[in-house]
Design a protein around this ligand. Structure first.
Ligand code: SF4
Ligand code: SF4
Ligand code: SF4
Length: 182
């Protein structure tokens, strides 16, 4: 397959994925997983949040027989959302950067809370919390659509890039000031 055909197929696979960016497939996000499937480096049955519906759509797109979810990546499971026990939150803000859809609000030294309507239940905010005050709870809300997740994730990435560029600029200014003071 040519490079552009593989890229086109990856885009079509990515369009079917739920865009939670949860990494449960073993890749750093939906697009990298789509590229691995398109190139043949990964099977198409490694996306638990997609469930049976996405598995069937991927099989049809790829012209393959449907497969069951790979047991190595866990089970699809019922919808859940993160919940922060505010009586234990120390306001360290470590849960903010890992959330791919910016579903947590709060600032350094302030309590943090989860916007349940945005949360995909991806669990990526759990490990960084130093006091383990975030838990996943069952949710009766409809899960956010792939379109919303994609738009929120793109906004998250753009914001992170802006922050990183700003930090680099500030660091360069500090170094320049230190050099001129020598
Ligand atoms: S939603 Fe599916 S494809 Fe996307 S990162 Fe999670 S497991 Fe991988
Ligand atoms: S709040 Fe936590 S579980 Fe919910 S989307 Fe963000 S990182 Fe994932
Ligand atoms: S990582 Fe945990 S303690 Fe820190 S702000 Fe988030 S919820 Fe609060």
């Amino acid at each position: 397959m040519s490079g552009s055909a593989a890229s086109d197929l990856a885009a079509r696979i990515d369009a079917l994925l739920p865009q939670t960016q949860c990494t449960r497939c073993g890749f750093s996000g939906c697009r990298p997983y789509a590229e691995a499937v398109a190139s043949g480096a990964a099977q198409f049955n490694r996306c638990p949040p997609g469930g049976t519906a996405v598995l069937e759509q991927l099989a049809a797109l790829l012209g393959k027989a449907p497969l069951a979810l790979d047991p190595a990546v866990g089970v699809a499971g019922d919808p859940r959302v993160a919940w922060i026990d505010e009586s234990r939150c120390i306001g360290c803000a470590r849960c903010l950067p890992p959330c791919p859809v910016d579903a947590i609000v709060g600032a350094q030294k302030y309590l943090h809370t989860v916007l349940a309507e945005r949360c995909t239940g991806c669990e990526l905010c759990l490990p960084p919390c130093p006091v383990d005050c975030i838990e996943l709870r069952p949710s009766a809300r409809p899960v956010p659509s792939a379109e919303l997740n994609r738009a929120r994730h793109h906004a998250h990435v753009r914001r992170a890039e802006r922050r990183s560029a700003q930090r680099a600029q500030e660091l360069a200014a500090i170094k320049a000031a230190a050099r001129s003071a020598e």
